[in-house]
Design a protein around this ligand. Sequence first.
Ligand code: ATP
Ligand code: MG
Length: 400
Amino acid sequence: MTNPVSMLVISRDAALVRDLDRSGQTREGLSVRAELGSLTQLNGHAIRMATGQDMIVVQTDGRDPEELAAIRTLTDAVSPAAEVVALADGSASLSEVLALNQAGVGRILPVPASAEELLDEIGRLGQPRRQRRLTLKPVEARRGLIIATVPARGGIGGTTLSVNLAERLAAPKGRGKSASRPRVALVDLDLQFGSVGSMLDLAESDAIARLAGEGTEPDETLLRQSMLDHDSGLRVLPAPVTFVPPDALRPEQVAAMLDALRSEFDYIVVDLPHTVVGWMESVVARADALLLLIDTAVPSVRQARRLIDLLSADRMTVPVKVIVNRERKSLFGSATRREAEKALERKVWAWLPPDPRHARAAIDQGRPLHSVGGPLARSIAKLAASLEKDLAPSAASERT
Ligand SMILES: Nc1ncnc2c1ncn2[C@@H]1O[C@H](COP(=O)(O)OP(=O)(O)OP(=O)(O)O)[C@@H](O)[C@H]1O
Ligand SMILES: [Mg+2]
Protein backbone atom coordinates (compact mmCIF):
# COMPACT_ATOMS: atom_id res chain seq x y z
CA MET A 1 0.00 0.00 0.00
CA THR A 2 1.21 3.47 -0.79
CA ASN A 3 0.25 5.90 1.90
CA PRO A 4 0.27 9.54 0.94
CA VAL A 5 3.40 11.42 1.97
CA SER A 6 1.78 14.81 1.87
CA MET A 7 -1.82 15.68 2.33
CA LEU A 8 -3.89 18.85 2.23
CA VAL A 9 -7.20 18.91 4.07
CA ILE A 10 -9.75 21.66 3.41
CA SER A 11 -12.61 21.63 5.88
CA ARG A 12 -15.19 23.92 7.45
CA ASP A 13 -14.74 22.10 10.76
CA ALA A 14 -12.46 24.32 12.88
CA ALA A 15 -11.75 21.62 15.48
CA LEU A 16 -10.80 19.11 12.80
CA VAL A 17 -8.45 21.58 11.13
CA ARG A 18 -6.76 22.46 14.43
CA ASP A 19 -6.31 18.82 15.48
CA LEU A 20 -5.04 17.77 12.07
CA ASP A 21 -2.46 20.50 12.08
CA ARG A 22 -1.24 19.13 15.38
CA SER A 23 -1.42 15.40 14.72
CA GLY A 24 -0.09 15.64 11.20
CA GLN A 25 3.41 15.85 12.52
CA THR A 26 2.97 12.78 14.68
CA ARG A 27 1.96 10.26 12.00
CA GLU A 28 5.02 8.65 10.58
CA GLY A 29 6.09 9.89 7.20
CA LEU A 30 2.94 11.94 6.65
CA SER A 31 2.89 15.69 6.50
CA VAL A 32 -0.57 17.17 6.86
CA ARG A 33 -1.60 20.67 6.08
CA ALA A 34 -5.11 21.67 7.08
CA GLU A 35 -6.96 24.74 5.92
CA LEU A 36 -10.17 26.17 7.30
CA GLY A 37 -12.84 27.05 4.77
CA SER A 38 -14.43 25.73 1.62
CA LEU A 39 -13.04 25.27 -1.85
CA THR A 40 -15.10 28.11 -3.26
CA GLN A 41 -13.86 30.49 -0.56
CA LEU A 42 -10.23 29.50 -1.00
CA ASN A 43 -10.35 29.46 -4.76
CA GLY A 44 -6.93 30.03 -6.39
CA HIS A 45 -5.30 29.83 -2.99
CA ALA A 46 -6.49 26.22 -2.64
CA ILE A 47 -4.95 25.29 -5.97
CA ARG A 48 -1.61 26.77 -4.97
CA MET A 49 -1.68 24.83 -1.70
CA ALA A 50 -2.75 21.64 -3.44
CA THR A 51 0.08 21.70 -5.96
CA GLY A 52 2.62 19.03 -5.13
CA GLN A 53 0.42 17.21 -2.58
CA ASP A 54 -0.20 13.47 -2.88
CA MET A 55 -3.69 13.73 -1.56
CA ILE A 56 -6.21 16.53 -1.29
CA VAL A 57 -9.12 15.96 1.06
CA VAL A 58 -12.01 18.39 0.67
CA GLN A 59 -15.12 18.65 2.76
CA THR A 60 -17.78 19.42 0.25
CA ASP A 61 -21.38 19.41 -0.75
CA GLY A 62 -22.15 17.47 -3.91
CA ARG A 63 -25.39 19.41 -4.33
CA ASP A 64 -23.71 22.81 -4.69
CA PRO A 65 -22.89 23.48 -8.35
CA GLU A 66 -20.29 26.11 -7.40
CA GLU A 67 -18.42 23.63 -5.21
CA LEU A 68 -18.57 21.01 -7.92
CA ALA A 69 -17.13 23.50 -10.40
CA ALA A 70 -14.37 24.38 -7.91
CA ILE A 71 -13.53 20.69 -7.45
CA ARG A 72 -13.33 20.27 -11.21
CA THR A 73 -10.93 23.21 -11.45
CA LEU A 74 -8.84 21.74 -8.64
CA THR A 75 -8.69 18.21 -10.07
CA ASP A 76 -7.69 19.66 -13.45
CA ALA A 77 -4.94 21.73 -11.88
CA VAL A 78 -3.22 19.15 -9.67
CA SER A 79 -0.91 16.37 -10.82
CA PRO A 80 -2.67 13.31 -12.27
CA ALA A 81 -0.94 11.22 -9.60
CA ALA A 82 -2.58 13.17 -6.80
CA GLU A 83 -5.80 11.80 -5.38
CA VAL A 84 -8.76 14.00 -4.51
CA VAL A 85 -10.94 12.67 -1.69
CA ALA A 86 -14.26 14.25 -0.73
CA LEU A 87 -15.68 14.30 2.76
CA ALA A 88 -19.44 14.15 2.45
CA ASP A 89 -22.09 13.64 5.05
CA GLY A 90 -23.73 10.25 5.31
CA SER A 91 -26.90 11.37 3.59
CA ALA A 92 -25.20 11.98 0.22
CA SER A 93 -27.48 10.66 -2.49
CA LEU A 94 -26.36 8.54 -5.42
CA SER A 95 -26.64 11.52 -7.76
CA GLU A 96 -24.36 13.57 -5.48
CA VAL A 97 -21.82 10.75 -5.41
CA LEU A 98 -21.91 10.54 -9.21
CA ALA A 99 -21.57 14.31 -9.53
CA LEU A 100 -18.49 14.25 -7.28
CA ASN A 101 -17.00 11.39 -9.28
CA GLN A 102 -17.54 13.22 -12.50
CA ALA A 103 -15.85 16.27 -11.05
CA GLY A 104 -12.73 14.13 -10.62
CA VAL A 105 -13.11 12.94 -7.03
CA GLY A 106 -11.55 9.48 -6.61
CA ARG A 107 -13.15 8.55 -3.31
CA ILE A 108 -15.73 9.75 -0.90
CA LEU A 109 -15.35 9.37 2.86
CA PRO A 110 -17.85 10.21 5.56
CA VAL A 111 -17.17 13.43 7.46
CA PRO A 112 -14.97 12.17 10.33
CA ALA A 113 -15.74 12.72 13.99
CA SER A 114 -12.10 13.53 14.77
CA ALA A 115 -8.68 14.06 13.23
CA GLU A 116 -7.66 10.60 14.45
CA GLU A 117 -10.55 8.98 12.66
CA LEU A 118 -9.73 10.75 9.41
CA LEU A 119 -6.07 9.75 9.58
CA ASP A 120 -7.06 6.14 10.29
CA GLU A 121 -9.32 6.18 7.26
CA ILE A 122 -6.61 7.66 5.08
CA GLY A 123 -4.21 4.98 6.30
CA ARG A 124 -6.65 2.30 5.18
CA LEU A 125 -7.24 3.68 1.71
CA GLY A 126 -4.64 1.73 -0.24
CA GLN A 127 -3.71 2.56 -3.82
CA PRO A 128 -4.82 5.97 -5.01
CA ARG A 129 -7.89 5.82 -7.17
CA ARG A 130 -8.07 8.71 -9.47
CA GLN A 131 -11.28 8.74 -11.41
CA ARG A 132 -10.84 11.84 -13.43
CA ARG A 133 -13.84 12.63 -15.53
CA LEU A 134 -15.26 9.26 -15.04
CA THR A 135 -17.23 8.97 -18.21
CA LEU A 136 -20.45 7.40 -17.18
CA LYS A 137 -22.30 5.72 -19.95
CA PRO A 138 -25.73 7.27 -19.88
CA VAL A 139 -28.00 4.79 -18.19
CA GLU A 140 -30.07 3.62 -21.11
CA ALA A 141 -33.65 4.14 -20.13
CA ARG A 142 -35.36 0.85 -20.61
CA ARG A 143 -38.58 1.28 -22.42
CA GLY A 144 -40.55 -1.90 -22.61
CA LEU A 145 -43.21 -2.47 -25.22
CA ILE A 146 -46.81 -2.55 -24.08
CA ILE A 147 -49.10 -5.06 -25.75
CA ALA A 148 -52.76 -5.12 -24.68
CA THR A 149 -55.38 -7.71 -25.57
CA VAL A 150 -58.79 -6.15 -26.25
CA PRO A 151 -61.55 -8.79 -26.49
CA ALA A 152 -64.56 -7.83 -28.63
CA ARG A 153 -66.86 -9.88 -26.40
CA GLY A 154 -66.76 -12.10 -23.34
CA GLY A 155 -65.34 -15.60 -23.65
CA ILE A 156 -63.73 -14.88 -27.01
CA GLY A 157 -60.31 -16.13 -25.91
CA GLY A 158 -58.62 -12.90 -24.81
CA THR A 159 -56.97 -14.32 -21.73
CA THR A 160 -55.84 -17.42 -23.59
CA LEU A 161 -54.08 -15.13 -26.05
CA SER A 162 -52.56 -12.82 -23.38
CA VAL A 163 -51.19 -15.67 -21.28
CA ASN A 164 -49.74 -17.70 -24.11
CA LEU A 165 -48.39 -14.75 -26.05
CA ALA A 166 -46.61 -13.51 -22.92
CA GLU A 167 -45.19 -16.98 -22.30
CA ARG A 168 -43.79 -17.15 -25.84
CA LEU A 169 -42.32 -13.63 -25.63
CA ALA A 170 -40.51 -14.69 -22.45
CA ALA A 171 -39.00 -17.81 -24.06
CA PRO A 172 -35.20 -17.73 -24.50
CA LYS A 173 -34.13 -16.34 -27.88
CA GLY A 174 -31.07 -17.50 -29.78
CA ARG A 175 -28.43 -19.99 -28.73
CA GLY A 176 -25.06 -19.98 -27.02
CA LYS A 177 -23.51 -16.63 -26.34
CA SER A 178 -26.13 -14.69 -28.23
CA ALA A 179 -28.97 -16.24 -26.22
CA SER A 180 -31.21 -13.76 -24.50
CA ARG A 181 -34.22 -13.99 -22.30
CA PRO A 182 -36.62 -11.08 -22.70
CA ARG A 183 -38.09 -9.81 -19.47
CA VAL A 184 -41.85 -10.07 -19.70
CA ALA A 185 -44.58 -8.88 -17.35
CA LEU A 186 -48.15 -10.11 -17.60
CA VAL A 187 -50.76 -7.88 -15.98
CA ASP A 188 -54.34 -9.03 -15.43
CA LEU A 189 -56.52 -5.94 -15.53
CA ASP A 190 -59.76 -7.86 -15.84
CA LEU A 191 -60.40 -6.71 -12.29
CA GLN A 192 -63.61 -8.68 -11.77
CA PHE A 193 -63.18 -11.88 -13.70
CA GLY A 194 -59.43 -12.12 -14.20
CA SER A 195 -58.31 -15.68 -14.89
CA VAL A 196 -54.60 -15.25 -15.70
CA GLY A 197 -53.62 -16.55 -12.26
CA SER A 198 -55.64 -19.75 -12.56
CA MET A 199 -54.49 -20.38 -16.16
CA LEU A 200 -50.93 -20.35 -14.86
CA ASP A 201 -51.72 -22.08 -11.57
CA LEU A 202 -50.34 -19.20 -9.52
CA ALA A 203 -50.94 -18.32 -5.90
CA GLU A 204 -53.53 -15.65 -5.20
CA SER A 205 -52.51 -12.04 -4.80
CA ASP A 206 -54.46 -9.07 -3.63
CA ALA A 207 -51.96 -6.43 -4.67
CA ILE A 208 -54.31 -4.77 -7.18
CA ALA A 209 -57.21 -4.82 -4.69
CA ARG A 210 -54.97 -3.08 -2.16
CA LEU A 211 -53.97 -0.49 -4.76
CA ALA A 212 -57.61 0.10 -5.53
CA GLY A 213 -58.46 0.43 -1.84
CA GLU A 214 -55.61 2.76 -0.99
CA GLY A 215 -55.83 4.80 -4.18
CA THR A 216 -52.03 5.14 -4.35
CA GLU A 217 -49.92 5.14 -7.48
CA PRO A 218 -47.64 2.11 -7.59
CA ASP A 219 -43.88 2.41 -8.11
CA GLU A 220 -41.23 -0.11 -9.21
CA THR A 221 -40.59 -1.37 -5.68
CA LEU A 222 -44.23 -2.04 -4.91
CA LEU A 223 -44.72 -3.82 -8.21
CA ARG A 224 -41.58 -5.89 -7.73
CA GLN A 225 -42.92 -7.04 -4.37
CA SER A 226 -46.40 -7.72 -5.68
CA MET A 227 -45.62 -9.71 -8.81
CA LEU A 228 -45.53 -13.49 -8.86
CA ASP A 229 -42.94 -15.61 -10.64
CA HIS A 230 -43.99 -18.24 -13.12
CA ASP A 231 -41.66 -21.10 -14.14
CA SER A 232 -41.58 -19.75 -17.69
CA GLY A 233 -39.76 -16.64 -16.47
CA LEU A 234 -42.90 -14.51 -16.66
CA ARG A 235 -43.58 -12.06 -13.85
CA VAL A 236 -47.31 -11.85 -13.25
CA LEU A 237 -49.54 -9.29 -11.58
CA PRO A 238 -52.80 -11.21 -11.09
CA ALA A 239 -56.28 -9.74 -10.81
CA PRO A 240 -57.78 -9.40 -7.31
CA VAL A 241 -59.34 -12.43 -5.71
CA THR A 242 -61.71 -10.29 -3.68
CA PHE A 243 -64.48 -8.31 -5.33
CA VAL A 244 -63.56 -4.93 -6.75
CA PRO A 245 -65.69 -2.96 -9.20
CA PRO A 246 -64.34 -2.84 -12.78
CA ASP A 247 -63.56 0.87 -12.47
CA ALA A 248 -61.80 0.52 -9.11
CA LEU A 249 -58.54 1.92 -10.49
CA ARG A 250 -57.98 5.53 -11.50
CA PRO A 251 -56.37 6.27 -14.89
CA GLU A 252 -53.37 7.79 -13.04
CA GLN A 253 -52.81 4.56 -11.12
CA VAL A 254 -52.81 2.47 -14.28
CA ALA A 255 -50.55 5.00 -15.99
CA ALA A 256 -48.07 4.89 -13.07
CA MET A 257 -48.18 1.09 -13.08
CA LEU A 258 -47.42 0.81 -16.78
CA ASP A 259 -44.72 3.46 -16.70
CA ALA A 260 -42.99 1.69 -13.82
CA LEU A 261 -43.23 -1.68 -15.59
CA ARG A 262 -41.94 -0.16 -18.81
CA SER A 263 -38.72 0.77 -17.09
CA GLU A 264 -38.11 -2.81 -15.90
CA PHE A 265 -39.42 -5.12 -18.59
CA ASP A 266 -38.93 -5.64 -22.32
CA TYR A 267 -42.57 -6.53 -22.86
CA ILE A 268 -45.64 -5.82 -20.78
CA VAL A 269 -48.69 -7.85 -21.83
CA VAL A 270 -51.95 -6.47 -20.45
CA ASP A 271 -55.09 -8.60 -20.35
CA LEU A 272 -58.15 -6.36 -20.57
CA PRO A 273 -61.79 -7.07 -19.76
CA HIS A 274 -64.39 -6.90 -22.54
CA THR A 275 -66.21 -4.07 -20.79
CA VAL A 276 -64.90 -0.58 -21.41
CA VAL A 277 -63.82 1.34 -18.31
CA GLY A 278 -62.27 4.75 -17.68
CA TRP A 279 -58.72 3.69 -16.81
CA MET A 280 -58.39 1.94 -20.17
CA GLU A 281 -57.41 5.26 -21.72
CA SER A 282 -54.09 4.99 -19.87
CA VAL A 283 -53.44 1.61 -21.48
CA VAL A 284 -54.52 2.74 -24.96
CA ALA A 285 -52.37 5.88 -24.77
CA ARG A 286 -49.28 3.81 -23.99
CA ALA A 287 -49.86 0.65 -25.99
CA ASP A 288 -47.43 -0.25 -28.75
CA ALA A 289 -49.94 -2.83 -29.96
CA LEU A 290 -53.63 -3.34 -29.23
CA LEU A 291 -54.63 -6.86 -30.16
CA LEU A 292 -58.31 -6.69 -30.96
CA LEU A 293 -59.68 -10.19 -30.73
CA ILE A 294 -62.81 -10.96 -32.75
CA ASP A 295 -64.65 -13.87 -34.24
CA THR A 296 -66.59 -13.91 -37.45
CA ALA A 297 -70.01 -13.53 -35.89
CA VAL A 298 -71.63 -10.27 -36.94
CA PRO A 299 -72.17 -8.94 -33.38
CA SER A 300 -68.49 -9.43 -32.65
CA VAL A 301 -67.41 -7.49 -35.74
CA ARG A 302 -69.85 -4.68 -34.89
CA GLN A 303 -68.57 -4.51 -31.35
CA ALA A 304 -64.99 -4.45 -32.67
CA ARG A 305 -65.88 -1.49 -34.91
CA ARG A 306 -67.33 0.36 -31.90
CA LEU A 307 -64.20 -0.43 -29.92
CA ILE A 308 -61.92 0.87 -32.65
CA ASP A 309 -63.93 4.13 -32.77
CA LEU A 310 -63.77 4.45 -29.03
CA LEU A 311 -60.07 3.62 -28.78
CA SER A 312 -59.17 6.08 -31.51
CA ALA A 313 -61.44 8.86 -30.22
CA ASP A 314 -58.58 11.13 -29.18
CA ARG A 315 -55.88 9.84 -31.43
CA MET A 316 -55.18 9.88 -35.11
CA THR A 317 -53.92 6.34 -35.12
CA VAL A 318 -54.16 3.51 -32.68
CA PRO A 319 -51.89 0.52 -33.17
CA VAL A 320 -54.75 -1.95 -33.52
CA LYS A 321 -54.08 -5.41 -34.90
CA VAL A 322 -57.16 -7.48 -35.62
CA ILE A 323 -56.97 -11.16 -34.73
CA VAL A 324 -59.69 -13.67 -35.49
CA ASN A 325 -59.97 -16.48 -32.96
CA ARG A 326 -61.27 -19.99 -33.52
CA GLU A 327 -61.04 -19.64 -37.26
CA ARG A 328 -58.64 -20.96 -39.85
CA LYS A 329 -57.57 -18.46 -42.45
CA SER A 330 -58.55 -20.80 -45.26
CA LEU A 331 -62.02 -21.31 -43.78
CA PHE A 332 -62.64 -17.66 -43.15
CA GLY A 333 -64.48 -17.28 -46.45
CA SER A 334 -63.17 -14.45 -48.55
CA ALA A 335 -66.57 -12.72 -48.77
CA THR A 336 -67.04 -12.72 -44.99
CA ARG A 337 -63.47 -11.67 -44.52
CA ARG A 338 -63.76 -8.78 -46.96
CA GLU A 339 -66.91 -7.62 -45.23
CA ALA A 340 -65.29 -7.75 -41.83
CA GLU A 341 -62.16 -5.97 -43.08
CA LYS A 342 -64.29 -3.29 -44.69
CA ALA A 343 -66.24 -2.74 -41.51
CA LEU A 344 -63.07 -2.54 -39.45
CA GLU A 345 -61.12 -0.57 -42.06
CA ARG A 346 -58.15 -2.85 -41.52
CA LYS A 347 -56.92 -6.18 -42.71
CA VAL A 348 -57.08 -9.14 -40.39
CA TRP A 349 -53.57 -9.46 -39.01
CA ALA A 350 -53.71 -13.03 -37.71
CA TRP A 351 -55.91 -16.10 -37.32
CA LEU A 352 -55.94 -18.51 -34.43
CA PRO A 353 -57.42 -21.93 -35.21
CA PRO A 354 -60.06 -23.68 -33.14
CA ASP A 355 -58.33 -26.14 -30.84
CA PRO A 356 -60.69 -27.06 -28.01
CA ARG A 357 -58.76 -30.17 -26.99
CA HIS A 358 -55.47 -28.43 -26.23
CA ALA A 359 -57.15 -25.24 -24.98
CA ARG A 360 -59.01 -27.38 -22.45
CA ALA A 361 -55.97 -29.46 -21.49
CA ALA A 362 -53.91 -26.32 -20.84
CA ILE A 363 -56.60 -24.89 -18.56
CA ASP A 364 -57.08 -28.18 -16.71
CA GLN A 365 -53.35 -28.51 -16.08
CA GLY A 366 -52.81 -24.83 -15.32
CA ARG A 367 -49.99 -24.75 -17.84
CA PRO A 368 -49.25 -22.63 -20.92
CA LEU A 369 -50.33 -24.07 -24.28
CA HIS A 370 -46.71 -24.43 -25.34
CA SER A 371 -46.23 -27.30 -22.89
CA VAL A 372 -49.33 -29.15 -24.18
CA GLY A 373 -48.69 -28.49 -27.87
CA GLY A 374 -51.24 -28.42 -30.67
CA PRO A 375 -52.23 -26.07 -33.50
CA LEU A 376 -53.33 -23.17 -31.27
CA ALA A 377 -49.97 -23.24 -29.45
CA ARG A 378 -48.13 -23.17 -32.78
CA SER A 379 -50.23 -20.28 -34.10
CA ILE A 380 -49.69 -18.20 -30.95
CA ALA A 381 -45.94 -18.89 -31.15
CA LYS A 382 -45.95 -17.61 -34.75
CA LEU A 383 -48.01 -14.60 -33.72
CA ALA A 384 -45.49 -13.80 -30.95
CA ALA A 385 -42.62 -13.96 -33.42
CA SER A 386 -44.39 -11.64 -35.90
CA LEU A 387 -45.19 -9.21 -33.13
CA GLU A 388 -41.57 -9.14 -31.97
CA LYS A 389 -40.51 -8.40 -35.53
CA ASP A 390 -43.20 -5.78 -36.12
CA LEU A 391 -42.44 -3.90 -32.95
CA ALA A 392 -38.65 -4.12 -33.14
CA PRO A 393 -37.90 -1.21 -35.55
CA SER A 394 -40.08 1.30 -33.74
CA ALA A 395 -38.64 0.12 -30.46
CA ALA A 396 -35.12 0.71 -31.73
CA SER A 397 -35.85 4.22 -32.97
CA GLU A 398 -37.71 5.21 -29.84
CA ARG A 399 -35.00 3.92 -27.58
CA THR A 400 -32.35 6.19 -29.03
N1 ATP B 1 -58.73 -21.04 -30.33
C1 ATP B 1 -59.45 -21.67 -29.40
N2 ATP B 1 -59.96 -22.88 -29.63
C2 ATP B 1 -60.71 -23.51 -28.72
N3 ATP B 1 -60.97 -22.99 -27.50
C3 ATP B 1 -60.49 -21.79 -27.21
C4 ATP B 1 -59.71 -21.06 -28.14
N4 ATP B 1 -59.35 -19.90 -27.56
C5 ATP B 1 -59.90 -19.90 -26.32
N5 ATP B 1 -60.59 -21.02 -26.09
C6 ATP B 1 -61.35 -21.40 -24.90
O1 ATP B 1 -62.39 -20.48 -24.73
C7 ATP B 1 -62.68 -20.25 -23.37
C8 ATP B 1 -62.62 -18.77 -23.09
O2 ATP B 1 -61.29 -18.34 -23.25
P1 ATP B 1 -60.66 -17.13 -22.43
O3 ATP B 1 -60.91 -17.27 -21.00
O4 ATP B 1 -59.29 -16.98 -22.91
O5 ATP B 1 -61.58 -15.98 -23.01
P2 ATP B 1 -61.73 -14.48 -22.52
O6 ATP B 1 -62.02 -13.66 -23.73
O7 ATP B 1 -60.59 -14.08 -21.70
O8 ATP B 1 -63.03 -14.61 -21.62
P3 ATP B 1 -63.55 -13.66 -20.42
O9 ATP B 1 -64.65 -12.90 -21.01
O10 ATP B 1 -64.01 -14.64 -19.38
O11 ATP B 1 -62.41 -12.84 -20.00
C9 ATP B 1 -61.64 -21.04 -22.61
O12 ATP B 1 -62.19 -22.25 -22.20
C10 ATP B 1 -60.56 -21.29 -23.64
O13 ATP B 1 -59.84 -22.47 -23.39
MG1 MG C 1 -60.43 -13.01 -19.95
